[in-house]
Design a protein around this ligand. Structure first.
Ligand SMILES: Nc1ncnc2c1ncn2[C@@H]1O[C@H](COP(=O)(O)OP(=O)(O)OP(=O)(O)O)[C@@H](O)[C@H]1O
Ligand SMILES: [Mg+2]
Length: 270
């Protein structure tokens, strides 16, 4: 399957955030996106998933040639698109297990039902693979979960739903070193010809556990450089200034402003 983004422009509350972004994702590969804070990485993820807060003003996103942007969030999910959010939501009153089961049920044809036995067995295995507290599936979705538990829970959902395109938005933030390894290895074990992941991260450490085929750097609303794993090391060691200079993105290079502290700091010379 192919998800193709062409010349995407999008805005939120009249502010343009995505400014001509191109990206091609194909099942069988894993991509990483890195980029400074506020460059639109989470916005891109939200647009692919169909968050109505963002308005696409130009360009297109297609899934195997079909117009993804005209599909509802639910339809996108059933087609195999999944988003692990940077800040997962709490859903009170619905247990994790029920939430995942309903999402799985929604993917089946009419009249088909999930076998409860198979579901429980699969869920138990996923919980144990992720070394999660066995209580978590029976608690309300993310309610009172620690930061790290919420992140692991997103991966639990991914393992159960088996999407074709999984966008993982800073899944490593808030994870301790052991959890980082567990989550990384679980994501890596999803690699298959039917699966593609777009891993948004700031650091190399998560990608030490995930075999990544392509690395993209996003700046100022678009992908400005794509390459292999060596880009991750360069960003980790040197940050982004080298790239800003290479690309001549003048407005991104912050000029140092002299700060005036106010008249109380100035001596009266009279
Ligand atoms: N709903 C919104 N209302 C107002 N501004 C928004 C909204 N969503 C995003 N933005 C702005 O768009 C810009 C891009 O935000 P986004 O969250 O996509 O960045 P990011 O690349 O994911 O950053 P980070 O690395 O910090 O997670 C930011 O300046 C942000 O404040
Ligand atoms: Mg973000």
């Amino acid at each position: 399957m192919k998800l193709i983004i062409k010349n995407l422009h999008a805005k939120v509350e009249d502010m343009e955030i995505i400014k001509g972004l191109n990206l091609e994702l194909e099942t069988g590969s894993v991509h990483a996106i890195m980029g400074p804070n506020g460059t639109g990485k989470s916005t891109l993820a939200a647009i692919i998933m169909g968050n109505p807060r963002y308005t696409v003003t130009e360009g297109e996103i297609t899934l195997d040639g079909e117009d993804l942007l005209s599909m509802s969030v639910d339809e996108r999910s059933r087609k195999g698109i999944f988003l692990a959010m940077q800040y997962p939501n709490e859903i009170s009153g619905i247990t994790n297990a029920d939430f995942i089961k309903s999402a799985m049920q929604a993917r089946l044809k009419e009249g088909e039902h999930i076998s409860l036995f198979k579901f429980v067995r699969e869920m138990d295995k996923a919980v144990s693979d992720l070394k999660m507290n066995p209580d978590l599936p029976h608690r309300y979705v993310n309610e009172g979960f620690s930061g790290g538990e919420k992140k692991r829970n997103e991966i639990l959902q991914m393992k159960m739903l088996k999407p074709h395109f999984a966008i993982l938005d800073e899944i490593d933030s808030g994870l301790d070193v052991d959890a980082l390894k567990i989550v990384g290895e679980n994501v890596n074990s999803m690699r298959s010809p039917d699966f593609c992941s777009l891993v948004i991260t700031h650091y190399q450490r998560l990608l030490d556990y995930i075999q990544v085929d392509y690395v993209h750097i996003m700046m100022n609303g678009k992908i400005v450089k794509s390459g292999g794993k060596d880009l991750i090391t360069k960003v980790d060691q040197e940050g982004y200034d080298w790239l800003k200079y290479e690309l001549g993105i003048e407005e991104e290079i912050q000029e140092k402003h002299t700060i005036v502290l106010g008249t109380c700091a100035v001596k009266d010379r009279k």
